[in-house]
Ligand binder design. Structure first.
Ligand code: PMP
Length: 432
């Protein structure tokens, strides 16, 4: 990528530069060298001083020396790392039976019923997958066969997965080259009032090129674009335009689903949307790979009339047991309310911090998904590394990687928020 290009591929954000391994402690440098030998250019590590972690509990991660790191980054273990309830569910089921889903098993049925009950009316068919990428890949195939069209609209720094189909609609994976002919990119909603205009223009542009719209595919909290949650409801006019053009809405809940936004179980609910297809992954299994696609029967049937879909590991008895345990914990520990309460408190603290540090720009988000704009002389990558040295883990987002992405497990407490803000205060003081 030319150095003048402000866009950064998602994998480059906060990535370790392998050329610097020799400057690190010998044991760490040795592990890194071994990894690059084994994984080659596919190896991506976080941080200037990568972390080697050996165990975790709740919101805390530990290295071999027992040093504790506060996790404000990982949304996969969303009910807390190694939650005993989830671990027990997996272990018990693994010791009883675990087999593919072409035999009947009550676990998958109970779990599917429970999930479907949380979704809008009409979304009555669920297909299990193992990852968010698989969910979005299937969703794109469903949309194409149902609409008979190929055009897909996504945001400029979106990430939707690692398969061939989903990489084509993940501009944050291909920022150095242009989008495929059937893909149109719209800006992240930093000016939400214009979002529907951009979508309408993208539909018109597809039509000018002889293509029709198949789907608008969005992560309704715009995680990799830099976190845009407000005002609630702003996505509605864009979705109306999509439906008028004959396209479908795919709500990618891989990041914002499972209570993260604090106000609802699903991110699209914040905008009062009725998606045609909902995709799920990451937090669904708290670390165990579970995903799902939910849609209307006529959309599912349109694909299955033409081709089959089977996924060996999806919806297995262990996957269902883990998924059910995750929902139990969200309910019993009232994690949605915690996400709302602690998320609001943390945003308040960050805005307070902004009054003392000019480097902090806008603080955005919903529940425990927070984006913080960082301005010169500070820089987001430097702050993320400075926080790592203070044993607090966060990440980066946005086209230029200049947004702090804060997305802890949902059991994050107000005391954890205080630790994070104190560390950020200290790191910002150093960068003045
Ligand atoms: N959609 C979104 C919004 C994501 O953030 C991701 C992963 N970061 C995916 C889909 C793909 O999920 P997975 O890596 O589990 O395949």
């Amino acid at each position: 990528m030319p150095p003048s290009d402000p866009d950064k591929p998602i994998l480059a954000l906060n990535a370790f530069d392998p050329g610097r391994a020799a400057a690190l402690e010998p044991q760490l440098a040795g592990s890194i060298r071994r990894r690059y030998q084994l994984f080659g250019s596919a190896s991506v590590l976080f941080y200037e001083r990568p972390l080697e972690l050996v165990r975790a509990q709740g919101c805390w991660l530990y290295d071999a020396a027992g040093t504790a790191y506060l996790d404000a980054y990982n949304n996969v273990p969303s009910v807390g790392h190694c939650h005993p309830r989830v671990v027990a569910a997996a272990a018990t089921q693994l010791a009883r039976i675990n087999v593919h889903s072409r035999y009947l098993h009550p676990g998958a049925l109970d779990y599917a019923e429970r999930l479907l009950a949380t979704l809008p009316r009409g979304l009555t068919n669920l297909t299990f997958t193992c990852t968010g990428s698989e969910s979005n890949d299937l969703a794109l195939r469903l949309a194409a066969s149902f609409t008979g069209a190929t055009g897909v609209i996504v945001t400029q720094a979106a990430y939707h997965g690692n398969t061939a189909l989903t990489t084509a609609v993940s501009p944050s994976s291909f920022l150095q080259r242009s989008a495929a002919p059937h893909v149109r990119l719209v800006p992240a909603p930093s000016a939400p009032e214009h979002f529907a205009d951009h979508v309408t223009a993208a539909i018109a542009d597809l039509e000018r090129h002889g293509l029709r719209l198949s789907a608008l595919l969005i992560d309704s909290i715009f995680s990799s674009d830099g976190v845009y949650a407000d005002p609630a409801g702003f996505l509605r006019p864009a979705v109306e335009a999509v439906h008028r053009a004959g396209g479908v809405l795919i709500a990618d809940e891989v990041q914002c689903g499972f209570a993260r936004s604090g106000d609802a179980l699903w991110g699209f609910e914040r905008h009062g949307l009725q998606p045609d297809i909902v995709t799920m992954g990451k937090p669904m299994g708290n670390g165990y790979p579970i995903g799902a696609v939910v849609t209307r029967p006529e959309i599912l049937d349109a694909l299955h009339e033409r081709e089959g879909y089977f996924n060996t590991f999806a919806g297995s008895p262990v996957a269902a047991a883990v998924g059910n345990a995750v929902l139990d914990v969200i309910e019993e520990e009232d994690l949605m309310a915690n996400a709302l309460r602690v998320g609001d408190y943390l945003r308040q603290c960050l805005r307070q911090l902004a009054t003392r540090h000019a480097a902090i720009g806008a603080v955005r988000g919903a529940g425990l998904f927070i984006g913080v704009d960082i301005r010169a002389p500070a820089s987001a990558p430097a702050l993320i590394n400075a926080l790592r040295e203070r044993r607090v883990l966060i990440g980066a987002a946005g086209r230029a990687g200049d947004v702090l992405k804060i997305r802890p497990p949902l059991c994050f407490s107000a005391a954890d928020a205080d630790l994070l803000v104190a560390a950020l205060d200290d790191a910002l003081g150093e960068q003045r």
